[in-house]
Design a protein around this ligand. Sequence first.
Ligand SMILES: Nc1ncnc2c1ncn2[C@@H]1O[C@H](COP(=O)(O)OP(=O)(O)OP(=O)(O)O)[C@@H](O)[C@H]1O
Ligand SMILES: [Mg+2]
Length: 460
Amino acid sequence: MNTSVSEALKNGSQQRYTFLLWEQHQQRLPDHVDPQRVRFQKIKTQIHQQLVESIDLSAVSEEDRPWLMAQLRHLAQQAAANPQHELSSQQQEQMVQELMDELFGLGPLEPLMRDPLVSDILVNDPYTVYVEREGQLELTPVVFADEEHLRRLIQRIVARLGRRIDESSPMVDARLPDGSRVNAVLPPLALDGPCLSIRRFGFRPLSIDDLVANGSVPPQVVQFLQAAVQARLSILISGGTGAGKTTLLNALSAFIPEQERIITIEDSAELILRNRHWVRLETRPPNLEGQGEVTQRDLVRNTLRMRPDRIIVGEVRGPEVWDMLQAMNTGHEGSLTTVHANSAPDALVRLEMMIQLAGGTVPVEVIRQYIACGIRLVVHLARLKGGVRRLIQVVEIQSAQKGQYRLVPVFEFHQKGVDAQGRAQGEFWATGQVPQCVHRIEELGLELPADLFAKRRLAT
Ligand SMILES: Nc1ncnc2c1ncn2[C@@H]1O[C@H](COP(=O)(O)OP(=O)(O)OP(=O)(O)O)[C@@H](O)[C@H]1O
Ligand SMILES: [Mg+2]
């Protein structure tokens, strides 16, 4: 039984108890939902509507905004105090704050946006909002008044970004002014009503030191990857959704020497590099008439005319791979990118498929040759049980002769069950194989410890 229902019962308010149960039944609220919260949201949407109708927000200039906020706050206080709503003084205060969030922010999601530990906000339906905090998914008590309330928030977010979402184009991927990535899907594509996912980017991205400290990557592997980046070896980071690919890419980019010119290409800009000499490019979806699209492939091609030292593609998804490999094979070494894949070998298969889908008639042996010449290392990551992220494998691509890759694992993670909290546990190992690229690293005068690749368990 729901807490507020059981409280109403405890307080002897039989009438209120019956009403709450009836309301819960009427709205078919899921069991985890507190109907009091839904009621609160419903009152809020009523007052919000009144406030919006009372003031023409578009007629207010930027300078008048503080005045407007004060006015609205005053009106909200009056409305919340209306005895008809039966709100305690604490609830009234909360109502005013939430109304301001509704008018100027992301409504019920605003407190989650303010929480620095929240990295993702996932709204499945008006009554089910999850967050990811420090790698763990949690159900929150946040609710919307109803489907319409959630739909209005989505419309507002999208409209502010100059985009459109409705039944004829029911999907939007966009970026909030603070850098957070938003994806919204409406029915009929979303079967159970509108849904919204926000990947927050207000917070500081994890640095390589953070990844070492939380045990995701052992320091010995960092030493090797640092030297590899400095020696301009091209690196492909692979892994599943949320495995930490973008995070590692961002962290590794800190090893690129300060004087080098970096150009990043992304579908939805996420990278936050610390390097000064950095130009950011982002793709553009087609406009309402279906024109004006700029793809990652267009951007990669254009980048070659921008005198880059390094090209970083946030995530390769299509034909741009071919142009990127050509660039890597013709002097733009040291490029970095990520790909969605289940293992290091699978990452290479994915690249091949993307190239083939680009419509070329290049034989697969030639494609493999290109991949093997262009990319030196594949770093595979995974999100394991309990939300822990681990670097799973560092693989060197040594060659592709007669159409077969020679892949040599250099470092590996061996999972050994789970701890008391259900989080995956395991050991990092050096496989004992010395990568060929060490010669390139040494030629440049970069030093690595003599026993770095000796077969052993790595201390973390
Ligand atoms: N090693 C790590 N330890 C703890 N949290 C991490 C680690 N790597 C990434 N995260 C967190 O996991 C979330 C997903 O990370 P990230 O965006 O880098 O993953 P991704 O593989 O690029 O995901 P996507 O498939 O969506 O592109 C972020 O909130 C990030 O802060
Ligand atoms: Mg990513």
